[in-house]
Design a protein. Structure first.
Length: 73
């Protein structure tokens, strides 16, 4: 009878440890996915703003060229 109780306790401990490890691993994976999604969102925001910034730089360069031509004249 003692062997059966020891076997059941061992089984319970093994299952508890395995399930605990699976749950913790799942939580960690979800956390890392959320962090990755935030980084991707930041990158996408930057990628959307970049063409606007490039256009603004073109406008600034044209204004500078106009000012340089006015200064020379």
């Amino acid at each position: 009878m003692a062997e059966i109780i020891i076997a059941l306790l061992s089984l319970t401990g093994t299952l508890g440890g395995s399930l605990g490890g699976i749950i913790i691993s799942s939580k960690m994976t979800n956390y890392r996915l959320m962090q990755l999604e935030q980084r991707v969102a930041e990158h996408n925001n930057f990628a959307r703003r970049m063409p606007v910034i490039e256009e603004q730089i073109k406008v600034i360069n044209h204004r500078l060229e106009d000012l340089e031509h006015e200064e020379r004249a």
